[in-house]
Write a protein that binds this ligand. Structure first.
Ligand SMILES: O=C(O)c1ccccc1N[C@@H]1O[C@H](COP(=O)(O)O)[C@@H](O)[C@H]1O
Length: 212
């Protein structure tokens, strides 16, 4: 089975280069100031210039205003927009306005949470199953939390999808085996501290994924 990986929350040239060298299919830049992984347009633009064409550049946004999207897309020439905490209607509007593929994050804790995916039909091009965070969490993702991957077993996915939430080099093989994911997304599991990516952990994660 070929499994690909998105390495998210990159903010330095060294760690971006490690993700590309390790074979990441996508790299993610977070445009959300409360996140320790937030990048400015200038930072993101400089990093984007190092990304070869075959690697997708994904911008991560939380209920973004149009102006934020416009500036990020212009600075970074994004290939896809990852959205957290937006309605299906707003996700569809962003897709129409930006003309970019939209990835919609769905926060999962129970099987009932998966029903939210059906509302995204026609609004997004890919679903990102992520762990539901506590109500008072300051971030909707990037918390290193995982959910019960068996919830995805037997689920009739209405859209292409990816798995995220608490993945790391030690658990990604099991996560893929249990869930059937073809694309995995990781952020905190390849860090030495919040927002500090670790090139050794990036390489280990991608090596494990490449062997699946
Ligand atoms: O990483 C962040 O800081 C972040 C901020 C706001 C929205 C999403 C964010 N990250 C996304 O969260 C998931 C899972 O991350 P983790 O591996 O559990 O740390 C991933 O999709 C990131 O893109």
């Amino acid at each position: 089975m070929t499994v690909t990986a998105k390495i998210c929350g990159l903010s330095t040239a060294e760690t971006l280069d490690a993700a590309i060298a390790g074979g990441a299919s996508h790299v993610g830049f977070v445009f959300f100031p409360p996140s320790p992984r937030h990048v400015t347009f200038e930072q993101a633009g400089a990093l984007a210039g190092r990304v070869p064409r075959q690697v997708g550049k994904v911008g991560v946004f939380v209920d973004p205003a149009d102006s934020l999207l416009d500036q990020a897309i212009r600075a970074t020439r994004l290939d896809a927009i990852q959205l957290h905490r937006v309605t299906p209607e707003r996700a569809a509007e962003i897709g129409r306005q930006t003309r970019l593929p939209v990835w919609g994050a769905v926060a999962v804790k129970t099987r009932a949470d998966l029903d939210g995916v059906n509302a995204l039909r026609g609004a997004v091009q890919r679903v990102l199953y992520d762990a539901k965070v506590p109500e008072d969490a300051k971030l909707p993702g990037g918390m290193g939390l995982r959910f019960d991957w068996t919830l995805l077993q037997g689920f009739a996915h209405p859209l292409p999808w990816a798995l995220s939430g608490g993945l790391d080099a030690e658990n990604v093989a099991e996560a893929v085996q249990v869930s059937g994911a073809k694309l995995v997304d990781v952020s905190s599991g390849i860090e030495s501290a919040p927002g500090i990516k670790d090139t050794v952990k990036i390489a280990a994660f991608l090596k494990t994924v490449a062997a699946l």
